[in-house]
Design a binder for this molecule. Sequence first.
Ligand SMILES: Cc1ncc(COP(=O)(O)O)c(C=O)c1O
Length: 375
Amino acid sequence: MLYLDNAATTSVRPEVLEAMMPYLTRWFGNPSSHHTVGEAAADALSDARARVARVVGMRASDVVFTSGGTEANNLAVKGITLASRGNHVVTSGIEHESILESADFLARLHHVDVTRVPVDEYGRVHPEELASALRDDTALVTLGYANNEVGTVQEVRALSAVTRERGIPLHLDAVQAAGWLPLADTGADGLSIAGHKLGAPKGTGALIVRGRVPLEPLLHGGGQERGRRSGTEDVAGAVGLATALELAESERAESSARVAALRDAFIAAVLSRVESATLTGHPTGRLPGTASFTFALTSGEAVLLELERRGIVSSSGSACAAGSDEPSHVLLAMGVAPEVAQTAVRFTFPHEARLDPDALAAAVAASVTAVASGG
Ligand SMILES: Cc1ncc(COP(=O)(O)O)c(C=O)c1O
């Protein structure tokens, strides 16, 4: 079986599991306990914090460990906005549900105005559009660094230049970017990451937010994580996240270049073999491991089934929100017609991909033909 749904989740790397094991067994202590077992856990936690901070170019005290990307995004959107005097949030229509629903929550219960800045046909936000969406009372701009469905990468330095000039915090959902793209020089004030997209377990993640940005906690209690996220810390999870992030960063230049070459060969082969195929997302400014298409006049779900019969596991362009077969909000926001959006298929390669792009494209062509000919 060829697993090409790495944007959904990845397997845990053996090195990550090995690094975590001591904190699940021998050094299982509570980092708040004042004895050797607790202190060993506290040391591991602070080491993990420093390692995450180093990769993202921020301070250890900026790191808030969370239960994953969804919590990090909720904390960023709600926590920064509620701590601010501003009453306006800017985002875009192609964001992950954890961003869009958090902004909706603020609009419904806290009378916050939410502006969705438009994206172009590739899913890019243009700096001038962002600049014109900003107001004097804008509390936060939150955008995805790289899109989970089509892989489009934002020109983050141009966007952060706009927010900096206005002194408005910029949060980037870097859940898909982490491991593939540089995290240290985006110019953002906050970054969300999730361990399970890069070889650490599900349920691990972090929001890293510069100390100067006030943050209202969502979880109240014992005051862990400098009061920004109460609850006994998942020490092994933090160690796993830090290990996976460091490993991915040390391999990033090599793996991104190698996988991007495979991706380009695969995209070219699909476009030449499958007449109905259209690439979605930016032709070049895209994640190294993401190739996403629509196959007009088919059904994305039917193509996925045919692919699986041929041993290839991938996913539809939509985030598969609990069994929904609504067309992807990402593709709709990019101007794709609903009936075409329903034919989307996304292939997301692992960092270690060493597949044959032409053989894979041949399997895609056979799957699309099988669907188009009704069987
Ligand atoms: C861009 C993006 N943001 C946030 C999330 C949510 O992360 P998690 O699954 O860790 O809650 C995902 C995961 O699908 C994602 O792709």
